[in-house]
Design a protein. Structure first.
Lengths: 503, 504, 102
């Protein structure tokens, strides 16, 4: 009897991303989210008789940009094709898309899972148009006895990105999506908000015996509305398929619907008969000749991408790779991080925060630690984005300076941070107001240490009996007395000295 | 109205009327009223119109009169465009804002566009008076105007005969004085053939010369929009008004628009007229052959050289046309699903949306339209694609190159527009040779994208005969020159049908 | 080669056309003729010839990314066979469609 581990899952991901252009891909209607229904429409995106499409040049540019950011080759000549099918949300009864000559092809994304790097190939990136929005009366499409249509979304530019079936786990799939999203946001082609529908994904899942050369039957998963759902859906489906195969069953070629509430996939329709889209070249749009000079111009205009930025953080600042990757992935975090580094550098250059300059690389590493640790935790707890918080790069720099100069201890800094995050006050002010300046003076500390030793004969005796834990207790008592302000290193040193005197 | 009491305004040419408007001899209101009166007289017999708007037409005429009066006062009549105050009819597949546009189909019976087609806007801007919409074969699929869901149009020259199609209503209206000029569409001959049958001038422009925006699509890579007029000069004027690049049509050509009117009287001295041998075989009636040969002699007398050419691939024109046109049409018709506009059947309770769409389309479309949609779907469906559609597109290139090559050996290609005159309603010709010739005469120009004009060149058994002149891409000027030369000796530009005995 | 009634019915489904038996029979017959046309072209068809989907050589017909005025909501819904307030209304949808949304 085989084991589940004798099988591996094979995953390919298809992503649709709405382009952040001013106007739609084939007409001049606005693309802004949230307008009153059917107010951003015209004869073209409504599929009225006689209406004709005209290509938005920026949509083409964004597609090329995305292709380049995903390391693809860009087609020198390309065209649009009609994908013919009937559905109420499809105004013309066909979608203008690209069939056999996508604008970009044969690229890749590098991901890392559990420290293991892997390259996921991107087969193609093409440009097409969005459908209208269907609103169903009732809970879902099946039970509703009528549906309502809003064509504001119809005709918005859409990039479709298709990966090769290179992923071998739900983790890899999630890593791929995370990296893909950060790249697309970094280059500014879309805001990629799954909750608003500007990014959608489908997973193609199959299983096969480990080390087999032949892929199993593919099942298409739809209705995946978040990265977490991708992970759960793939895990569920791979288990379902593996168990089916192990028990002698056969996986059917089908489309399944992910139910996030129940945590399971359900049969939607069979794919035994492929849909007949009757693709043919779109006669209403002229072909495209994409000049190499234009491609190079677009390539030159690409911002620093997450991978390159992370590599720079590692080489320039010596950041640990995982911190670098995390910060580089988010434009917001990266910008904040660099802001902190700049502030630290300025403080070093002039008189200002903290006493003395903080070493550049050391400061960067500290900044990274804070961002990856306390800052991220605080944001998660309060459910807000970094840009929405009261925290400014200068404040974090100040905090780092205070610790580096010994003014406050690391532990105190954490508490100061909490208040800074909540109130937006400057760290220096918080320290002053709460009288948190660290006690580092040997004389002052010695007096306190002696008091504590005298007040705790028991623990002192334990210490001499060889119990190191007693030392920790005594340190704790000193911290209690000083409300955490005692410099930990100095306290430790002086305590040992004093105890040694009494040995 | 001063001047010749015998000449009825509605039978005059556009350019004659324009001169009379400028000189103050006549007003647009008088012209328009005369056209409306003619419509009242003959429409019951001819049936050229689908929708008419008397009030709006007269308002338009009055507005034109104000413009003209102002210009005359300011001694600036040169600023008055040729179309100001001229009553025109548009084929009912050309969208007119606020006016029903039905394509003569139940599917769009109540459709009122909230936008104008590009050509409609240009005509309005040019000051034309839109009288109404012309009858047509449903969705332009046909060649007799009999598939219109509303009524049949009758040939003004003989009410027992067809006017041709699919722009039959427009051609009949111009012939019968029910409009001074009109705009039709031509996908496989739908301007030229009815123009030929009704004894008027019809021009299919170069593909991309005139914007298709707002013209309901039949076959996107074949559809063209063009004028149907009384004479060649009128045709040149109308073409100038509607030609030119339109940013809303990606297939619209950026090429400059020449001053076609200045080409009219250039003559044909030294022009090489190509006679394709494949177009002059059996299948043509004697009457047609006689009229066409006479016209060719007249062209020679005027200084043209007749050159024999060959179009060896012409015999395949119909096959290629059928495959391409039905395939594109099947896709273009898909937006007519009864969801955002269009027909919805009664008693549809309980139907799901897919069934509702099928019912709307099944009941909203006539048999010919359904047939072509099915054929087109078949041509494009998987398994057939390369053998059918791929083959058609490759063959199309071969045919187009054949035509363009022939047009390097001569300046234009000439043939009859149709192998017969208009036939009787109950006698659709079943002579396969005649049907075959009809198909290849006109479809080649659409397949190659080249322009072609039909000019009346004589009568046969009292019915008009049309001569077709095909030219190079964007060389409508040559068609106009040659067309005028034919017209000069044919006497057809002054000929008007007796519609039920009421015209001259 | 000719088309069976079942195949013709499947095409009608693909084309969202409800046809009665007589119509189906007539069209099945007509489809056979189309196949003949196709076969006739075999004589001239050459694989190396570039398919002609456009008669003009224009390329790169674009527009700038500028917002243009849209139709008003009333204009957009003016010809709607069935509407509910600001929306077009359609009856029950059985097939969950391309997006597979709930």
């Amino acid at each position: 009897m085989t084991d589940r581990n004798d099988y591996e899952v094979v995953v390919g991901i298809e992503v649709h991303v709405e382009l952040a252009t001013e106007s739609k891909v084939f007409c001049g209607c606005k693309t802004a989210f949230g307008a009153a229904p059917n107010t951003q429409v015209c004869p073209v995106c409504l599929g009225m008789p006689g209406a004709l499409p005209v290509l938005n040049r920026r949509a083409l540019e964004y597609t090329i940009r995305a292709g380049l950011a995903l390391n693809c080759s860009i087609a020198g000549w390309t065209k649009f094709d009609r994908k013919n099918y009937f559905y109420p949300d499809l105004a013309k009864g066909y979608q203008v898309s690209q069939y056999d000559i996508p604008i970009a092809h044969d690229g890749y994304i590098d991901i890392e899972v559990d420290g293991q790097p892997k390259r996921i190939r991107v087969r193609r990136v093409h440009l097409e148009e969005e459908t209208a929005k269907l609103v169903h009366a009732g809970d879902d499409i099946i039970s509703a006895n009528q549906s309502l249509l809003d064509f504001n979304r119809s005709g918005i530019g859409l990039i479709e990105i298709v990966s090769d079936a290179d992923m071998r786990s739900a983790d890899e799939a999630r890593a791929y999506l995370t990296k893909l999203r950060s790249i697309l946001v970094a280059i500014g082609v879309s805001d990629c908000k799954m909750e608003e529908g500007s990014m959608r994904c489908e997973a193609n899942v199959s299983v096969m015996p480990r080390d087999s050369k032949e892929f199993g039957t593919l099942v298409e998963l739809k209705n995946i509305a978040s990265f977490r759902a991708v992970h759960r859906a793939i895990q569920y489906e791979s288990t379902r398929q593996i168990d089916l195969v192990r028990s002698g069953g056969r996986v059917s070629r089908e489309t399944r619907h992910w139910d996030d509430v129940r945590g399971e996939t359900a049969f939607m329709r069979s794919k035994e008969q492929a849909a007949d889209y009757r693709y043919f070249p779109e006669p209403d749009l002229m072909p495209l000749e994409i000049a190499p000079e234009w491609v190079e111009e677009i390539r030159g205009g690409l911002p620093e991408l997450p991978d390159a930025r992370a590599a720079r953080y590692v080489s320039e600042f010596g950041l640990p790779a995982s911190d670098a990757a995390l910060i580089a992935e988010s434009r917001e975090l990266a910008s904040f991080f660099e802001g902190v580094c700049d502030a630290l550098a300025k403080a070093g250059a002039g008189a200002g925060v903290g006493a003395g300059a903080v070493d550049r690389a050391e400061g960067a590493r500290e900044a990274a630690k804070w961002l990856v640790g306390d800052v991220s935790a605080a944001l998660k707890a309060s459910g807000i984005e970094l840009s929405q918080s009261k925290l400014a790069p200068g404040q974090l720099a100040e905090l780092i300076g205070l610790v580096a100069s010994g003014k406050i201890s690391g532990r105190i800094a954490k508490s100061v941070f909490e208040e800074v995050f909540a109130s937006g006050k400057r760290p220096g002010d918080v320290v002053r107001e709460r009288g948190l300046v660290q006690i580092s003076d040997a004389g002052e500390l010695a007096a306190i240490v002696q008091r504590v030793i005298e007040a705790n004969p028991g623990p002192v005796a334990d210490y001499f009996a060889g119990k190191e834990k007693a030392l920790t207790f005594l340190v704790g008592q000193i911290m209690k007395e000083t409300r955490g302000r005692a410099n930990p290193q100095e306290t430790n040193r002086i305590l040992r000295e004093e105890l040694a005197k009494r040995a | 109205m001063s001047g010749n009491a015998d000449a009825t305004l509605c039978d005059m040419t556009l350019h004659e009327l324009h001169d009379m408007l400028l000189s103050g001899q006549v007003s647009s209101r008088e012209i328009t009223s005369d056209v409306l009166a003619r419509i009242d007289e003959v429409e019951a017999s001819v049936g050229a119109y689908v929708t008419r708007d008397r009030e709006t037409a007269l308002k338009g005429a009055d507005a034109a009169d104000e413009v003209i009066a102002r210009a005359r006062r300011d001694r600036d009549t040169g600023a008055i465009g040729a179309l100001v105050g001229i009553p025109v009819v548009l084929k009912d597949n050309v969208c007119t804002r606020g006016m029903r546009t039905t394509c003569c189909s139940k599917m769009l019976e109540d459709f009122i566009p909230t936008y104008d087609a590009a050509v409609t806007a240009r005509l309005r801007e040019a000051g034309a008076v839109i009288v109404g919409k012309g009858n047509m074969d449903e969705f332009a699929m046909g060649s007799t105007t009999q598939t219109s869901v509303f009524h049949v149009t009758r040939n003004p020259w003989d009410l027992e005969r067809v006017p041709g199609g699919s722009s039959g209503g427009c051609a009949a209206a111009v012939a019968a004085g029910e409009a001074v000029a009109s705009i039709g569409t031509d996908t496989g001959g739908s301007i030229r053939q009815p123009a030929s049958f009704c004894g008027v001038v019809g021009l299919k422009p170069t593909y991309g010369r005139v914007s298709r925006y707002g013209v309901v699509a039949f076959a996107s890579s074949l559809d063209t929009v063009g004028p149907i007029t009384r004479d060649v000069r009128d045709c040149a004027i109308m073409l100038k008004a509607i030609a030119g690049r339109d940013g809303r049509d990606s297939t619209s050509a950026p090429d400059a628009v020449p001053d076609y009117s200045s080409c009219v009287e250039r003559g044909v001295q030294g022009l090489r007229i190509g006679i394709p041998e494949q177009f002059f075989g059996p299948g043509m009636t004697d009457g047609v052959r006689t009229a066409v040969e006479r016209a060719l002699r007249a062209l020679e007398d005027a200084g043209a050289d007749i050159v024999e050419v060959s179009l060896p691939l012409a015999e395949h024109a119909l096959a290629v046309y059928y495959l391409v046109a039905t395939a594109e049409a099947s896709s273009n018709m898909a937006r007519l699903d009864g969801i955002r506009y269009g027909y919805r059947p009664e008693g549809r309770g309980g139907m799901d949306v897919a069934d509702l769409m099928s019912a709307s389309r099944g009941q909203g479309f006539g048999m010919e339209v359904k047939r072509r949609i099915m054929l087109g779907t078949f041509v494009l469906s998987s398994g057939n694609f390369d053998a059918f559609y791929g083959r058609a597109l490759r063959s199309r290139r071969l045919l187009a190159e054949d035509v363009r090559r022939a047009l390097t050996e001569c300046d234009c290609l000439v043939s009859p527009t149709a192998p017969t005159v208009a036939f009787r309603f109950d006698e659709e010709p079943d002579d396969p040779l005649a049907m075959y010739l009809q198909d290849i005469y006109t479809t080649l120009a659409n397949l190659a994208g080249v322009p072609a004009i039909s000019v009346p060149c004589g009568l046969a058994d009292g019915m008009p005969v049309g001569l077709q002149i095909m030219g190079r891409m964007f060389d409508e000027a040559t068609l106009i020159r040659a067309g005028r030369a034919v017209e000069l000796t044919s006497g057809m530009d002054a000929a008007r049908p007796k519609v039920g005995g009421c015209a001259k | 080669m000719s088309l069976s009634r079942e195949e013709t019915a499947r095409l009608a489904e693909l084309a969202r056309l409800s046809l009665n038996d007589e119509e189906l029979a007539r069209i099945a017959h007509d489809l056979t003729e189309i196949i003949d046309y196709m076969e006739k072209l075999a004589g001239i068809d050459r694989a190396h010839v570039r398919p002609m989907s456009h008669v003009l050589d224009t390329v790169n017909a674009y527009r700038d990314d500028c917002a243009e005025p849209s139709l008003s909501q009333e204009e957009a819904l003016a010809n709607a066979p069935d509407r509910q307030g600001q929306f077009f209304r359609v009856p029950r949808i059985i097939d969950a469609g391309e997006a597979g949304e709930a």
